[in-house]
Design a protein around this ligand. Structure first.
Ligand code: BEZ
Length: 256
């Protein structure tokens, strides 16, 4: 196979705007995105969230600048005008005031264009939000750069990234103001997410950061929390006052 054919198999070409392309020689006027597995960032809890610049329904953004000093929830949707995603995006739009209270910015994604997203938003406002305006940006990841960087595709679609439109899975990334990945969830296309669970994990993460506690199974805001095993009984008494010792390693306390 010729070197040029090999190159074509491993990259897609993205045209850059005419104004810019006039400033460079033709050979440099194409930006390459590699979809090779070895070039894919590995995202773990604690990794820096990969940055990108992309078009959205609310204009072009630099993702890290968009996050700024806030937290962010980035979540992907298989495709525009799909039933499950319509219900999810509507639900998150209705919950946005709660995310705002916690200093969290929402941002959705699918691999279609801005105009398609905007048409779809009209449907979401009609059938889910009861006419209320949809209130956060949706990324138009038509070149699949973000889907690749955040590994938002199935095993089969990973192999199709170069060849055409792929449906993303339902990924969720909670990212903190330091741009660190704090939580990931991945659902298959056929299973809608639980919007209240996303809010709950934001509460748990922010409380753990602020008060140095952990949260037990099915915890919701206001319930007793767990004192981490790294805190001695004496330190726990000084820090939290009364606590309930069920086992030496399982201690609950109330927070005021
Ligand atoms: C969707 O609405 O996104 C969807 C529905 C069924 C299967 C896959 C995706």
């Amino acid at each position: 196979m010729l070197a040029s054919q090999l190159l074509r198999r491993s990259v897609i070409r993205v045209a850059i705007p005419r104004a810019q392309s006039q400033l460079v020689t033709p050979v440099l006027s194409t930006r390459f995105i590699s979809f090779k597995q070895e070039d894919q960032p590995r995202i773990r809890i604690g990794s820096t969230a990969p940055n990108f610049q992309v078009a959205t329904t609310e204009g072009k953004i630099d993702f890290h600048e968009y996050i700024g000093d806030s937290w962010a929830v980035l979540f992907s949707h298989p495709a525009d005008f799909t039933p499950v995603c319509t219900t999810e995006l509507g639900a998150f739009s209705q919950l946005k005031p709660e995310f705002d209270k916690r200093g969290v910015k929402l941002i959705g994604l699918s691999t279609e264009g801005v105009e398609s997203h905007k048409d779809w938003i009209k449907d979401i406002e009609e059938v889910v939000t009861g006419g209320d305006k949809f209130n956060f940006p949706i990324i138009a990841d038509s070149n699949k750069e973000v889907a690749f960087k955040y590994d938002m595709v199935t095993e089969a679609d990973f192999k199709n990234l170069e060849s055409g439109m792929v449906a993303t899975v339902r990924s969720v990334f909670v990212i903190d103001p330091a741009k660190k990945i704090r939580l990931t969830m991945t659902y298959p296309a056929s299973t809608g997410r639980n919007s209240a669970e996303v809010l709950r994990v934001v509460d748990a993460l922010q409380l753990a950061d602020k008060r140095g506690i952990a949260t037990p199974v099915d915890w919701t805001d206001g319930q007793d929390v767990i004192i981490p095993p790294t805190v001695s009984d004496d330190a726990a008494k000084a820090k939290f006052g009364d606590f309930k010792k069920v086992k030496p390693y399982l201690r609950y306390t109330k927070l005021d």
